[in-house]
Design a binder for this molecule. Sequence first.
Ligand code: J2J
Length: 550
Amino acid sequence: MNESASPALVPLRQSWPPALVARYRAAGYWRGETLPGVLRERATRFADDIAVVGGEVRLSYAALWQEAGRIGAGLLARGLVPGDRVVVQLGNTPAFVTVVCGLFRAGLIPVYALPAHRITEVRHVLDKAQARGYIAADRQDGFDYRVLARELQALLPALQHVLIVGDAAEFGAVDSLQGDAALLPPDPDPQSVAFLQLSGGSTGLSKLIPRTHDDYIYSFRASNEICGITRDSVYMVALPAAHNFPMSSPGFLGALYAGARVVMSPGPGPDAAFPLIARERVTCVGLVPPLALLWAQAAAATAHDLGSLQVLQVGGAKLVPEAARRVIDSLGCRLQQVFGMAEGLVNYTRLHDPLDVVVGTQGRPISPDDEVLVVDDHGHPVAEGGIGHLLTRGPYTIRAYHNDPAANARSFTEDGYYRTGDMVQQLPGGYLVVRGRAGDHINRAGEKISAEEIEDHLLAHAEVFDAAVVSMPDAFLGERSCAFVIAHGTPPTAASLKAWVRGRGLAAFKVPDQVVFVEAFGTTAVGKISRRELRAQLRERYLEQTGEPR
Ligand code: J2J
């Protein structure tokens, strides 16, 4: 191996001002716990309790610890070294949990890709994280990740370790990893970065979010309390496990922290989830709004006993009051709204909040030390109860993205507030109502799509002169994506443009749902207008013309 050929690793860091570090410790938010330390302790305390269930697999806490040790030691034996980044692209199987815990035990840094991601996204993430490892399933939902792995290896010489769960073909098999557990490193510094999460940001490609042991553990430990997760709970992962919501709000990590049971549902729909809820007596699950409505509809007709469900969490996109009521009426359990972000801040309605709060707000922050500002376009606080930009900082909200000075300059204020891009209204008691968004992304059933990213792919098409991608209200998805396109000469068909975007190696959810060809963007404003204004004008004009509800 020619080490000198690989670029120096950009160090992973996330730091808060010393006075705040002292404060967060004194307040008991940061307790010096680490992910491997917690897993070890639970493996002793809850040794024979079932930790993770999925397919035919049922792993006890002791077995999870063992498996994680085998995987972690095996990865080190192959030549990865603590601190190396490893992109994980796995679906909702117990292997997701064992692999990630294995990385934690080995001091390796997981970087979470979504199963829906394709070569363009995975390559970007591998590159940006300077990852030396990639772990994927053999196949899932009809897609062969080994084909993807071959393409990635051909493109990225730094990617030296590809491991596959299942049939590994020419790659290393996760199932046959072996190593000396005695060589696993001691527990890391609690303030070091534990993993990199992906942002669902507005501008261009995903940014990497470095979260520390101390900050992340605080977020899910406190979430457990708010969501009523105890050792007796059964938490289902229905959304993709790589999402921050099912990972930490309270997510499978919160559940493991509590000594509860985690059930991995292979898909988020009622077909996959309902039988598992009945069989495992699931008590808590998190969904995005369109799925919650689908579940509400299916619950009325199902033969499966859903009576164990105590809390249905809904978040990732706005749940409107009418939909919230429908969910409560049909599922007969508590509804909890969750408004969170992988960068940090998470808001919950509390389990005993009055109905109008649960139905009409997106909750309030986890921590008394979450600082929330609602400001106008010039950064001045709006009048009480007014709508404005949400800025936040606190004991589990990042201060910087990884290795991205330009994004950091845009996304954080000088005094360390994260600009969420969300427009909110703050009610008495600190409850927030999400009123829209300043940033240009499409929130398609909880999956965030950057308008700019898709525009760039459309502009790469020889017959596209200009393109603007906007969000449109959608009865089922909440928002769908619509590409306004000015063609060069004869327009290509909408279908061929969609196929073009897909062919660029992107997740299917990023393919525009709709393509509208226009002669010109015909902006009314004189002079130069921003892309943001242009998108807003195109959207408004289209909705006026078609009379679609907003
Ligand atoms: C409106 N918009 C919402 C909500 C997120 C818990 C829950 C969700 C996420 C998540 C998460 C919303 N109503 N209830 O990480 O831990 C939009 C906002 C926000 C963006 C963040 C968690 N809940 N949103 O969705 O990083 O625009 O995290 O800024 O994927 O989703 O997206 P993401």
